[in-house]
Write a protein that binds this ligand. Structure first.
Ligand SMILES: [Mn+2]
Length: 378
């Protein structure tokens, strides 16, 4: 059942075993000696971070220097633990970073639609060389090398390269290889909700990685606690949730930028309630300066709900045709810029602003879900 759901919207063609891994090796060979940027989504998760680590390690075999870039923030405690415990070098983009130093960019665990780096890299004249991703095809970029597979994680794909590409043989006695395998295992684990949403490809990748990964290290990454801010957002979501026909909806109001990752965590939590098949949590996140946007997260256990389609049709697109939301088979997210209305200091005005967005989003989501927002007899 899980496999059928993951194939929604794709025509899956199973290529010859190892063909993509060999194509990846040939791609790296063509770019020997280059300096490249690996672009991650704005809020990198363990799948993205670990897959980029694998990309960098394999590219190094061809003397390709890779900087892992992201814009936004690493806010989830588990992600911070991953980065600190494994000494992962990630570069947070600032205007001071000259992007034209890169001869190419690879988009990992994304297809350019969830990172602000896409426009910046294109403006700097950096060619889009590769996409390695497991989300539904977005069709925005046309790279030289694309490997977009309907599997459970990007880590699954790069582990396939490690196993079958003949690029890099992992050595259990090398600390950096142990770190890489541990990170990838963590990526697989977190992306598939502890292997519950994993398919045969993830188990196969996991089986390979456990030969090199350090279970104690993995344990310390996972044994992190939630911040007070996160606990408060979960509490708000729990108190204010609206239960309608299997949907659990909660608007949590204003959040600090640092607590942004509390939204998906609260969503995961709401999904654990009995009779709930789909949970949505959203709030207005206040970013650097005056920037504000409504950030939302959706989780579902409903096999027949196409999350990507649902969020795209419920919330629509901006003037440039970019959808406010999207996702994969069981999870999705959305981000709606507040624009002209951002940066209110008057509390009454801020309250009205939140109420307006809250009502509009709630109405659109319920309508798309086919749930009446007015009493049926009205
Ligand atoms: Mn992913």
């Amino acid at each position: 059942m899980a496999r059928a759901a993951r194939d929604v919207g794709h025509v899956s063609v199973v290529p010859e075993e190892g063909a993509q891994a060999r194509a990846f090796a040939a791609f790296l060979e063509r770019h020997r000696g280059e300096s490249q940027a690996a672009a991650l989504q704005d809020y990198p998760d363990p799948d993205a971070i670990s897959s980029a680590m694998a990309y960098r390690a394999m590219a190094a075999r061809f003397d390709i220097g890779v900087d892992i870039l992201y814009e936004g923030r690493i806010s989830h405690q588990e992600n911070l633990a991953l980065v600190h415990l494994l000494d992962v070098e990630l570069i947070r983009y600032t205007e001071a970073l000259p992007l034209d130093r890169y001869q190419g960019a690879a988009f990992i665990d994304n297809q350019g639609t969830t990172t602000r780096l896409t426009d910046r890299l294109i403006e700097a004249g950096v060619p889009v060389l590769a996409i390695i991703d497991h989300h539904a095809p977005q069709g925005m970029l046309t790279p030289e090398f694309a490997d977009i597979r309907p599997v459970g994680a990007a880590a699954t794909i790069v582990t396939d390269y490690l196993r079958r590409g003949g690029i890099l043989e992992l050595d259990p006695d090398r600390e950096d290889h142990v770190h890489l395998a541990t990170a990838l295992l963590h990526g697989l684990r977190s992306e598939t909700n502890g292997f519950i949403r994993a398919g045969p490809e993830e188990y196969e990748a996991g089986e390979f990685l456990t030969r090199y990964a350090d279970p104690r290290l993995l344990e310390s990454i996972l044994r992190v606690q939630r911040s007070h801010g996160t606990m408060e957002v979960i509490q708000l979501a729990l108190t204010d949730r609206e239960l309608r026909g299997g949907f659990s909806l909660a608007g949590v109001g204003y959040l600090r930028h640092a607590d942004r990752d509390a939204i998906p965590q609260a969503t995961d939590f709401l999904l654990t309630e009995e009779d709930v098949h789909t949970a949505v949590v959203y709030g207005i996140v206040q970013g650097e300066g005056q920037r504000e946007s409504v950030v939302g997260s959706l989780r579902t256990t409903k096999v027949t709900l196409d999350v990507d389609q649902f969020l795209k049709s419920a919330l629509g697109a901006d003037l440039r045709g970019r959808y406010y939301g999207g996702g994969r088979s069981r999870a999705g997210g959305f981000e709606i810029p507040i624009g002209f209305l951002e940066g209110t200091t008057d509390p009454e005005q801020a309250r009205l602003k939140w109420e307006t967005f809250d009502r509009q989003i709630r109405a659109k989501l319920l309508k798309a879900a086919g749930i009446e927002t007015e009493p049926a007899d009205a």
